[in-house]
Design a protein around this ligand. Sequence first.
Ligand SMILES: [Cu+2]
Length: 160
Amino acid sequence: MTTLYKASAGLGFSVILAASFAAAQPTRPCCKSPGITPSGPQAQAPEFKDLPSPGQKCWIGEVNYFIYGFDKAPGMGTAVLRVSLFGKDGKRGSDLDITGRSDMPSMRGAHDSGEVPLKLDAKGDYILPVAVVMPGEWEVRLTFSRTRIVVFRGRLTFNV
Ligand SMILES: [Cu+2]
């Protein structure tokens, strides 16, 4: 009986403590939470690292690397970008989410594809079809994330 009384009294105390603690915290918008990349007009433009050439290892920190390439030399029409993800041990990985955004840097916004998620194919490669509608320099910005937290941003360019 005594034990039960203490337990319930303790519980009551911690509920009050939790309530006063919550009240003391200033209310913050959810996007200011640590680790979450802000989005919307107040967000700073994120930096995209220039990637090495197709076929080269691109390291994401020290844990993963990826290799990208096109199925064939990009021309007018749909260019298929292929990204192969690996762990540092060289084993294939598929535990990151990748989005791609294509455009022409010389006329930014004119052909903006928006953020498009890359899809895993049967081989375990991430695939992004890029609609090339004009000759000139094209850019693809790749964003890699793990459980919605961005871990890497890189950009590649190619000429048509
Ligand atoms: Cu154009």
